[in-house]
Design a protein around this ligand. Structure first.
Ligand code: ZN
Length: 501
């Protein structure tokens, strides 16, 4: 049994959740959580509302609103949308004006200071004389110094690097659209050269997966990287440094945010031992789900800060995603170009939406959500779900059911492993099972055994249907977890049989 602390990158509370969010870290983290619970582990899924984003400060300023009020309204919508999609987030922290968060940020900052990881860097920073704003992030855009893609100056939305302002072209204000001059500033930075040997050792033991593999290789070879993280004059979190207050960016604070969310959750449920067990214990496993654009903070800075805090990185995994498009275009909260969770769950079964998003998950490369295709697929799948739910079922012998589907159980275990986890692969396998049941029903065969296996293995993807089917067998989820542990051992076959397309 392991203890997994699973994290979803904190959403910016500038609006509700749309399908672009769900298809990225939100659904994948929940599928991972449910799969690990089925395998008999303890899992906590946490996230938080990213109230200290520069973009939030800009939006509040534009709307003449209080930033915390605006964040709080949207955080409530985000939580409701997660619930509507059956994403079981154990705790969604509100980071604004939060003592747990402030304490954790100071803790990780102090740890970095004590390890000598903080340095100063003289860099040019865009400045808007007219608005009086500094272009660290929400107030400046340009063409990325690495890939040329339009981005802010904090982290490239395309290649995930941290653009060098002195090499970034066409720096302009996204508010006034005018070009911005730059001025030299002394800034605080993480000295990545001092972290890199720790990271190289860490990733040698736990090879990064998906898009992260090339990213780590490329950044491991770069010398003199300094990750500027102060945000004096912009939104961020104040910390004490050498007797002065310094504002640090929300990106620097991310690992502290996850730690704080765990601390506040433990406090609220009255069991502070959870912090030790899920953060510092030997069996803990920290698993980050993130959009690829958040790679620098999560895969380079945070392992370094973990090491600064405790002297070891420990078990940490990252699962990145590329992005979903909507009928060929980028989702946009600000332009209201999105399919909102609150709307689509009125029309479709959340289980069907989950399965479709998992099948077309942008794990390795962008995917497109075609609304017409989804509509047709959803109608067919709802029909199939209803047909399976209404089938004549007898309680099968679990051992025989699992061993009769041994290749499928093995492939499922491979797709839900600590290494190589893939929600998409889980969904492909599950569709094979469901289509197999459909064919057997057409032939009038007894489908009890395969429906039982599909109900257990499909729980991470379609939890409501699975619970409903298990009830038909007079089984609870706990029974299913127990049966999977006890009876599927024989079903684990050799690696050669894992190759299921
Ligand atoms: Zn780039």
């Amino acid at each position: 049994m392991s203890r997994y602390l699973v994290t979803i990158t904190p959403p910016t509370p500038n609006g509700d959740l749309h399908l672009g969010h769900i298809s990225g870290p939100f659904l994948a983290a929940d599928v991972f959580k449910k799969a690990k619970i089925l395998q008999g582990n303890e899992v906590l899924l946490i996230s938080y509302s990213d109230d200290h984003q520069s973009y939030m400060a800009r939006k509040a300023r534009e709307q003449d609103r209080n930033v915390l009020e605006l964040a709080s309204e949207n955080a409530a919508l985000i939580e409701k949308s997660m619930q509507a999609m059956h994403i079981d987030c154990d705790f969604f922290m509100r980071s604004g004006n939060n003592g747990f968060f402030a304490a954790s940020v100071q803790r990780f900052f102090d740890a970095a200071v004590q390890r000598g990881l903080i340095c100063e860097a003289e860099v040019s920073v865009p400045y808007d004389d007219e608005l009086g704003t500094i272009g660290y992030e929400a107030y400046a855009r340009g063409q990325c110094s690495d890939c040329g893609y339009p981005t802010d100056l904090s982290q490239c939305e395309n290649c995930a690097c941290t653009p060098d302002p002195s090499l970034t072209k066409d720096i302009h204000s996204p508010v006034t659209k005018r070009p911005l001059p730059s001025r030299p500033m002394r800034r605080l930075a993480l000295d990545i050269d001092k972290i890199m040997p720790v990271l190289v050792e860490h990733y040698a033991q736990r090879p990064p997966e998906r898009l992260l593999a090339d990213f780590i290789v490329e950044h491991a070879d770069r010398k003199g990287q300094k990750w500027c993280f102060d945000r004096n004059g912009d939104a961020g979190i104040p910390v004490l440094y050498q007797g002065n207050t310094v504002v640090v960016s929300t990106w620097f604070a991310g690992i502290a945010g996850y730690h704080a969310a765990l601390c506040e959750y433990a406090y609220r449920v009255g069991d502070m031992n959870l912090v030790q067990e899920f953060w510092a214990g030997d069996t803990r496993h920290l698993v980050h789900f993130l959009g690829y654009d958040c790679s620098y903070s999560h895969a380079i800075a945070y392992p370094g800060l973990l090491w600064a805090d405790t002297g070891k990185v420990g078990r940490v995994s990252h699962f990145t995603n590329a992005f979903l498009k909507l009928d060929g275009l980028d989702f946009s909260t600000s332009r209201n170009y999105a399919v909102w969770v609150r709307d689509i769950v009125q029309e479709h079964d959340p289980d069907v939406i989950r399965l479709y998003l998992a099948l077309f998950s942008p794990e390795e490369s962008p995917e497109n959500f075609d609304q017409t295709h989804f509509g047709e697929w959803a109608r067919n799948s709802s029909g199939l779900f209803a047909r399976i739910a209404a089938a004549l079922l007898y309680q099968p012998d679990p051992e025989a059911a699992f061993s009769g589907n041994a290749a499928m159980v093995s492939a499922w275990r491979a797709a839900t492993g600590d290494q190589g986890f893939s929600m998409k692969r889980c969904a492909v396998l599950q569709m094979e099972l469901l289509r197999g049941i459909e064919r057997a029903l057409d032939l009038g065969l007894d489908v009890s055994a395969v429906v039982f296996v599909a109900a257990v293995l499909g729980y991470p993807l379609h939890p409501r249907l699975s619970i409903q089917l298990l009830q038909r067998f007079q089984l609870s989820l706990e029974d299913a977890i127990d049966m999977l542990q006890r009876h599927s051992g024989a079903a684990v076959v050799s690696g050669a049989e894992l190759e299921v397309a």
